[in-house]
Design a protein around this ligand. Structure first.
Ligand code: FES
Length: 198
């Protein structure tokens, strides 16, 4: 806090008053010289260093409180999303007939939302696999390469294991979302999405 003195000298000999403050209170100048001997900038901005630091600390505290609040809100949002994650089910939905795909062929479908594009791959006679087709690096569309047992991302040469959806090479670090499937009466159904982080 600034040091104050009660003015008893002619006004021009006094240190400047605090702007907007009690006119009887004056700020002591750091060098102790009279007001008329102070440089113009000090007369225009009569806040001493102590007060200046006080304002700066107050602003800094406000800033830190705001940053902390944003951080807490962000963590809450992430926790919420994590709880929502895991098995994201939208109910069973028919996505293909078994006979639509030969072994080694793939088809694109949307599940659970219309913008959630996925890949259905028939890897063996009675075996289908499905994954979200957005690369976990920067969301390019991956394509299946059944012969090599991989899903390939053309953007930065990333690749994923076709059997598990886990990253094998390139920049991706997280596995692809896996779509749970059920085959009933000659029809392949998507029944849920497993969002995985490892
Ligand atoms: S977007 Fe797939 S490797 Fe970069």
């Amino acid at each position: 806090m600034p040091e104050f003195i009660t003015p008893q000298a002619p006004p021009d000999a006094l240190p400047p008053a605090i702007p907007g403050g009690d006119p009887r209170l004056r700020v002591l100048t750091p060098d102790g010289r009279q007001a008329r001997e102070q440089p113009k900038w000090r007369r225009d901005f009569p806040i001493d260093t102590t007060e200046d630091n006080y304002v700066a600390r107050r602003d800094f505290t406000k800033f830190m409180v705001l940053i902390s609040a944003s951080f807490v809100a962000g963590q809450g949002w992430i926790a919420l999303k994590t709880l929502e994650g895991g098995d994201r089910g939208a109910g069973p939905r028919a996505i293909a007939k078994v006979d639509d795909l030969a072994v080694g062929q793939a088809a694109v479908f949307a599940y659970p939302g219309e913008h959630d594009t996925c890949l259905l791959v028939r890897v063996a006679d009675g075996e289908f696999l499905a994954y979200g087709n957005k690369c976990t690096h920067l969301s390019c569309a991956v394509t299946p390469d059944v012969a090599s047992g991989r899903l390939l991302c053309p953007c930065h040469h990333g690749s994923f294991d076709l059997a598990t959806g886990r990253p094998l090479a390139g920049p991706p670090r997280r596995p692809l979302n896996r779509v749970a499937l059920e085959v009933r009466d000659g029809t392949v159904y998507a029944t849920g999405v497993e969002e995985r982080t490892v």
